[in-house]
Design a protein around this ligand. Structure first.
Ligand SMILES: *Cc1c(COP(=O)(O)O)cnc(C)c1O
Length: 267
């Protein structure tokens, strides 16, 4: 289906919102001493393809979606050089659908060996093989809240666990996947306390512990290869906490409502 253009006022509103967030991203990045320029992912779930196209025409390429079918439809209708991020709950039976999207940039929500195998198998047998492995972020439940998905965080006192096992599995058994980093959704309280966010600190600590564990169990060369690829990223920060997340080391922020406006409540 061809995508209709957004009304001019809507297109202008989206551009202004995006530019405003991008400026805040740059300012937050300037307040820290090191690290790459963070990637701003525009989270477009529930929003029409015309909104995405308006931002695309403004130069935006990274968009995030939560629902596989919605992503599949938008990816078909919109330009093929969009870099899509899947950021929703990953069910194994949706791996095939995701693997068939050629311009899927990353799955940010991998939490199980089973889902990794489904993705790997689907990618291995895809009719048109991708030119590069699919980036995956492993989701970590840094807040410990029961309703959040994600694997338990690592720390110096808990240097092993499911997160290490899954990372090893991806690195050693899934050549169609590339371990790109860790992802978390901070707790709402932590993001509004105005202090350094403990959930973001836990994600950073998890990365350190994971790299140490991989060095030990996958070998120095495997870790060198990861580092040559830019090292493991941290995907953290949303509309209400992306600036703090960047100051705390985020390399990938996922911003929805501050760009597109409020979403309709879930049915
Ligand atoms: C919806 C969503 C976002 C964007 O949230 P906003 O608060 O609207 O910026 C980011 N990450 C994930 C995983 C999401 O589901």
């Amino acid at each position: 289906m061809p995508v209709e253009s957004a009304a001019p006022e809507r297109a202008r509103e989206l551009r202004d919102n995006y530019d405003d967030i991008l400026r805040q991203v740059d300012e937050a990045a300037a307040r820290r001493t090191e690290g790459p320029q963070p990637r701003l992912v525009a989270v477009s779930k529930y929003k029409p393809a015309s909104d995405i196209l308006a931002l695309y025409e403004h130069g935006v390429r990274h968009f995030g979606e939560n629902y596989p079918q919605e992503l599949e439809g938008k990816a078909k209708d919109l330009p093929s050089d969009i870099a899509w991020h899947f950021i929703g709950a990953l069910q194994s039976n949706k791996a095939k659908l995701l693997a068939a999207i050629p311009n899927l940039f990353a799955v940010e929500t991998l939490t199980s060996v089973k889902a990794a195998n489904h993705l790997h198998n689907a990618l291995s047998s895809a009719p048109s093989p991708r030119s590069a492995p699919l980036n995956v972020f492993l989701q970590v439940n840094t807040s410990g809240e029961e309703q959040k998905s994600g694997l338990p965080a690592l720390s110096p006192s808990t240097p092993s666990g499911e997160l290490v096992d899954l990372a090893l599995h991806v690195v050693q058994k899934c050549p169609t996947l590339r371990l790109k980093g860790l992802m978390t959704i901070g707790s709402f309280e932590a993001s509004t306390s105005g202090e350094r966010n403990p959930d973001f600190e836990r994600l950073k600590e998890s990365r350190e512990a994971l790299v140490a564990a991989l060095r030990e169990r996958a070998g120095v060369d495997a870790v060198r290869a990861l580092e040559a690829d830019g090292g493991l990223e941290l995907s953290m920060g949303m509309s209400n906490d992306f600036a703090e997340a960047i100051e705390q080391g985020s390399t990938n922020v996922r911003v929805g409502s501050s760009i597109f406006g409020a979403r309709p409540p879930k049915a």
